[in-house]
Write a protein that binds this ligand. Sequence first.
Ligand code: THU
Length: 132
Amino acid sequence: MTKQELCRRARDMLSRSYSPYSHFPVGAAIECADGSVYTGCNIENAAYGPSICAERVAVFKAVSEGKRDFVRIAVAGATKAFCAPCGVCRQVLQEFAPELEVILVNCDGETLELTQKDLLPYSFGSENLSAE
Ligand code: THU
């Protein structure tokens, strides 16, 4: 899949966003090593706390279908400013994909290419639990 196609999949998810409280739609598309793609959108809740970000919906859909080997994620916002993954999503991405490539795509289709390492340096992971 090309970068443009992955970004298109993420942008297409903006219309599925359920964000009546923030009015801030986000779409995501995560690409697995086998080439499959799982998409997500943010889903909010009147109680606020149960809301979930687009990235985690995409990751959890994939993991629940048996996919854990991720290579790239595209995150689409509806604003000119790029929408970078929140701290919680960065930690979830770290669990499965410390080498992940991260593409942010804005409302004009412009992109910013980052890595998970850029987003979460000095991260905490399972290796810390067994470290001396
Ligand atoms: N949101 C995401 O879906 N992904 C991010 O990376 C940042 C924030 C959502 C959560 C909430 O529904 C809305 O954007 C405003 O914070």
